[in-house]
Design a protein around this ligand. Structure first.
Ligand code: IMP
Length: 197
């Protein structure tokens, strides 16, 4: 069934994510508004999976705005850490992006390149309204490797530590358009747009 919302609230307060959402959705054919414009309170991410947390965020934003909502839950899985920090990526150090990167480097001290494999994951949910019993769900992943030191200034979060083998560069060295064309979020957004059309 085609879904043609007039206005969609983006259920995120993360500026890095919002920049990427707005850039990709600029031509999507509906109006997009950040949840901060409606003073939507943050919801506790009590889920144990990306999809549960994405649904919690979308439902919360839809409930407080009366609009359809898009939410993403995302994170990085590091194989040498048995998939951590995963859904806890934003909360890994408890002190924000820079401290998260320092903690990751410390945990991987002495781990050789071939064991530093990792992937970003992103789950995007679209809810027509807060009680939508069948949200649209799209997910995607992006394979790479954790570097030994920070590199690049673009992006946000773990981008300065995420080496992208297909481009022989760090994620934070990719331009916004280069990143959006291949990233977990870019892929998941394209997928959800298809489901909505
Ligand atoms: P969420 O807001 O609970 O979904 O947490 C997502 C967290 O995962 C972010 O705060 C970042 O730490 C990390 N993350 C997700 N996507 C990216 C990305 O594209 N680049 C860098 N870090 C990311």
């Amino acid at each position: 069934m085609a879904i043609k919302p007039q206005k969609v609230v983006l259920a995120s307060g993360n500026q890095g994510k919002l920049r990427e959402f707005f850039r990709i959705l600029g031509t999507a054919g509906f109006e997009i508004v950040a949840q901060s414009e409606y003073d939507v309170p943050d919801v506790e991410e009590t889920g144990l999976t990306f999809v549960e947390n994405a649904i919690l965020k979308a439902r919360n934003a839809a409930k407080h705005t009366g609009l359809s909502a898009l939410a993403d839950d995302s994170g990085i899985e590091v194989d040498a850490l048995n998939g951590r920090p995963g859904i806890y990526s934003a909360r890994y150090s408890g002190k924000g992006d820079d401290a998260n990167n320092i903690k990751l480097l410390k945990e991987l001290e002495g781990v050789p390149d071939e064991q530093r494999t990792a992937r970003f994951r992103c789950c995007i949910v679209f809810m027509r309204h807060a009680d939508d019993p069948s949200p649209l769900i799209a997910d995607a992943s992006w394979e790479g490797r954790i570097l030994h030191e920070l590199s690049g200034t673009n992006g946000f979060g773990y981008d300065p530590l995420f080496f992208v083998p297909t481009h022989n560069k760090c994620s934070a060295e990719l331009s916004p358009d280069e990143k959006n064309a291949i990233s977990h979020r870019g892929q998941a957004l394209q997928h959800i747009l298809k489901l909505m059309s």
